[in-house]
Design a protein around this ligand. Sequence first.
Ligand SMILES: [Mn+2]
Length: 334
Amino acid sequence: MLSQVVELIENKQKFGITTHIKPDGDGVGSSLGLCWLLRSLGKTAEVIVHGDLPAAYRTLPGADQIRNIKRVDNEYDAVFVIECSDLDRPGIAGLENEFTVNIDHHATSGHFGTINWIDSTASAVGEMIYNLCKAIGGRVTREIAECVYMALVTDTGSFHFSNTTDRTLKVASELIKAGVKPEEISEAVYNNYPWSRIELMRHVIGTIKRDESGRVAWMRQTLEMKESSGAVDGDNNGFVNIPLASKEILAAVYMREVSANLYRVSLRSKGSVNVARIAEQFGGGGHRNAAGFSVEGNWDEKEVEIVSKLIETIEAADEDWVESRRADGEIIAV
Ligand SMILES: [Mn+2]
């Protein structure tokens, strides 16, 4: 819990901070924000990750100092592990021998840390880092503010999603007071892709299909599409959400070919349509409106199976509720 984290920071000196592989804006922003906070308190701190940093986060203060490593060997007094369900998620060997602090806003966290601070009411871990800064009496410097703002913007979908609370916006307000320029962060996140993203999008959108009811949409990305468009990892960010821009669509499926007969599946939905339950049936997981899993086998057969489950889920939902939502055009998307 928070008080243990404050006590640890006050009593120790040398810290590592890590997050999951293929880190998102919350993982990178929260890690760097915490790193700047620790340094402002006179501590030694560095961010360590395994793998390259996505382009969107490379302009954050301190991003150029992030160490790309595969192993640690008792180098720190403690290692903060940001937004990971277990100690394997960072992809760094030797973490099991370190004193670890698990900081997460997912209730599903495995409590693997020596200290565990889980707050499922926080919109992003970034919000928790801000709270930590306040709890420990730190000053919200411009560096901390920019990193934490990145975490908030990306995890709330630019303050669109249902995890956006009054507290989230209060924190965002304080971060802007501390010097954040929202347009700079937005440009880095949303208008910073190579042209290959547009090429890939063109291919993927061409595969979109709908069921007879018009409420479920699905699409595919083949290995060939990725190759011919010259796409890199991350170019497909958010593709699964494209069909949800239509008022009629309540759920979307995005199947990406990883290798022969192996697919990564992303599910998104609106309102009470629970896609996490479907993902769980395939060995995956997630939230009510955003979930994913991997599946092996015949592409056509698996697609039919997944889409059928979505249609069943929607048909089982309260028709009146759905009609009223469609009638007034209200959208709750995560
Ligand atoms: Mn997060």
